[in-house]
Each structure stands twice: as structure tokens, then as C-alpha cells.
Design a protein around this ligand. Structure first.
Ligand SMILES: Cc1cc2nc3c(=O)[nH]c(=O)nc-3n(C[C@H](O)[C@H](O)[C@H](O)COP(=O)(O)OP(=O)(O)OC[C@H]3O[C@@H](n4cnc5c(N)ncnc54)[C@H](O)[C@@H]3O)c2cc1C
Length: 309
């Protein structure tokens, strides 16, 4: 079992999070990836990034809620965030998980919540970005996205390059003129569904960049967001966008708060459109464990400090 597999398996054991929350060392490392516990903490970070010329996205952490009340509370929090983003005129948007809005409870409940947020966003000229979760949700998420996209131009979705099915999904999204983020994928998936070899995931990502920046995709209204900290792939995006003559307002690079901040200034200096996703909230465990799984060095750092403490 690799460190990645182990961490992703542990990421579904939320009781471990409650224990980890008591360790000051973990809390410090969590703060590297999570802007804080409250919306005010996140909005402070977002306002600072905005002032430095970066676009942002905000995630109120949470997933797989099991009661309608929790799904409603998450929706209300996102609605308040949309209002605050509009009030402060931030170049920010919500990026959310459908299971936080009640996807595990029922499609209808989740759709109702998502519709509320899309309507609120549309009135304020703000996109709502629907994250992609594990593969058991892929089809349902894309189906819901397609239904929403027909009514709301501000709906945006995500595909994961590690999934073997993604090139076919992307063809459907091109037809819809979708706003779509490409990421590598952060969940534990079986080899039948996802490439186990990282090189294949990276190659697949490169091909998706080419597809989504193709002339016919742009003509169909596709707006791609390329979410990666991989410098080689970022260079591929920039080179491809330039080669295809895609203007700077027709695509963007996206990165996560706390990861490769050193790249921000360089991208800005080159005039590359960059959006930084800023997560906040108490329910940091699943998100944090996926970030640890992406980079074993993070785990080594955590263990070294735990032993020292
Ligand atoms: C804006 C954004 C939104 C995302 N949304 C989703 C989503 O909806 N669904 C989903 O499944 N996944 C999502 N992801 C996560 C994504 O799938 C990858 O797991 C993650 O981005 C790591 O892949 P990478 O492209 O950065 O490349 P990698 O090859 O993993 O990393 C490239 C380099 O980036 C740095 N790096 C990457 N991750 C870390 C880390 N955790 N800690 C420290 N350094 C790191 C390292 O220097 C590494 O060498 C999102 C990622 C981003 C940036």
C-alpha cells in the first residue's frame, strides 16, 4: 500500500480528524492549506489576493452531509458568501461540493439548493463552480451540470484527467459550451476507472488542455480553468493558449491556497490569468488528507513535527 492510498483511505475516517484537531502541530499544518475557521478569515485572504491582482474562489469546507439541515446550512453559508462577494466587488466565486448540498440525501434536494445558489450568482454576475468528487458521483454530477447549464450560463463544472472516461465527457461538455475546470483528480479510484500511473494522468491532462483550447471548443463557448501546480503543465497551457490565439479572458490557471505560492508572482508578471482557491471552515479533515496524499513530503513534515513534540 502506498502512502497516497493509505492517506486517501484514512481521509474517509472523519473520527481521526476529531483527534487530530486536538494536536497543535496538525492545526498548524492545516492552517497552511486552510485560510481559517470563519468566512471572515477567508474573505481577508481573498481581499488580499484580489488587491494583488488575482482572481479567487472560495470553498466552505464540508462534504457528504447526512441531514437535510446540514445541507441547508451549507447552502445558506454559500448564499451569504455570494452576497458578500458581490457587496465587496471581489473577483471571486464559490467552488462547492454537491455532497455538501445534500447529494447523498437526494438529487432533488441537492438540485434545489444548487438552483438557489445559481440564481443568486446569476443576479450578481457570479459563476458557481461545482467541484468533482469520487467516481461514484461523476455521472450524476455531470448530468446535473448539463441540466443546470441549460438554464444557468454561470454554472461551471470539473473533470479529472485520471479518469479513463474523461475525454468522452469532455466532448459532451464542448457541445454544451461548458465552463469547465480540468484537474488531475484527488480521490482513490480503482485502475479500471482511473490511470494508476501518474505519467498517464499527466499525459491525459495535456491532451485535455489541447482539446479545451481548440478553436471549435472556444467557438462553442467553452471557458476552461486549468487547475494544477504542475509547472510543466502550466507552461503547456500557456503555450497552447498562445498558439491558438486564445485571449487572456478566455481561460485561466487555477491553484490552491497554500501550494506553490512562489509561482503566483511569476504567472502575474507574465500576464497569465490566475485564480486561487481559498478553503475555510471547521470541516477540514477530508480536504487536508487529500492534500497530504498529493505530496508525501507533507506527511513526512507532519510526522517529524509530531515526533519532535
Ligand atoms: C483550483 C483547484 C481545484 C481543484 N478541484 C478539484 C476537484 O474538484 N476535484 C478533484 O478531484 N480534485 C481537485 N483538485 C485537486 C487536483 O485534482 C490534484 O489532486 C492537485 O491539484 C494536485 O495535482 P497537481 O495538478 O497540482 O499536480 P502534481 O503533479 O500532484 O503536483 C505538481 C507539483 O505541485 C506541488 N503540489 C501539488 N500538490 C501539493 C500538495 N498537496 N502540497 C504541496 N505541494 C503540492 C508539488 O510541488 C508538486 O510537485 C483541485 C486542484 C486545484 C488546484
Amino acid at each position: 500500500m502506498t502512502a497516497r492510498t493509505l492517506l486517501l483511505a484514512l481521509s474517509r475516517r472523519s473520527t481521526i480528524g476529531a483527534t487530530m484537531d486536538r494536536w497543535p502541530m496538525t492545526r498548524r499544518l492545516v492552517r497552511r492549506f486552510v485560510a481559517g475557521r470563519t468566512a471572515d478569515d477567508a474573505l481577508r485572504v481573498i481581499a488580499d489576493l484580489d488587491a494583488r491582482g488575482f482572481m479567487t474562489a472560495v470553498t466552505y469546507l464540508g462534504e457528504n452531509v447526512v441531514t437535510p439541515a446540514d445541507a441547508e446550512a451549507a447552502t445558506a453559508t454559500y448564499a451569504a458568501l455570494v452576497d458578500e462577494i458581490a457587496r465587496r466587488r471581489l473577483r471571486c466565486l464559490p467552488s462547492l461540493k454537491l455532497t455538501h448540498l445534500g447529494f447523498d440525501l437526494s438529487d432533488a434536494l441537492c438540485e434545489r439548493h444548487l438552483t438557489q445558489l445559481l440564481e443568486r450568482g446569476a443576479a450578481a454576475g457570479i459563476r458557481v463552480w461545482i467541484d468533482m468528487e469520487g467516481s461514484s458521483y461523476t455521472q450524476r454530477t455531470l448530468d446535473l451540470y448539463a441540466r443546470m447549464r441549460a438554464r444557468y450560463a454561470n454554472a461551471a463544472c470539473v473533470v479529472q484527467s485520471y479518469l479513463r472516461r474523461t475525454p468522452a465527457d469532455v466532448e459532451r461538455l464542448v457541445e454544451l459550451g461548458a465552463t469547465v475546470r480540468v484537474c488531475k483528480g484527488a480521490y482513490q479510484e480503482p485502475p479500471a476507472l482511473a490511470y494508476p500511473d501518474k505519467r498517464d494522468v499527466d499525459t491525459a491532462y495535456g491532451r485535455l488542455v489541447e482539446r479545451l483550447l481548440a478553436d471549435d471548443a472556444r467557438a462553442a463557448g467553452v471557458y476552461p480553468g486549468f487547475a494544477t501546480h504542475d509547472e510543466r503543465l502550466q507552461r503547456h497551457v500557456v503555450g497552447m493558449a498562445r498558439a491558438r490565439g486564445a485571449p487572456r479572458d478566455a481561460w485561466e490557471i487555477q491553484m490552491l491556497f497554500g501550494i506553490r505560492h512562489d509561482l503566483h508572482a511569476r504567472l502575474a508578471a507574465d500576464g497569465i490569468p490566475l485564480r486561487v482557491l481559498v478553503p475555510y471552515g471547521e470541516d477540514w479533515y477530508g480536504y487536508f488528507m487529500r492534500r497530504l496524499a498529493e505530496r508525501p513530503a507533507n506527511l513526512v513534515f507532519l510526522l517529524r513535527n509530531l515526533i519532535r513534540n
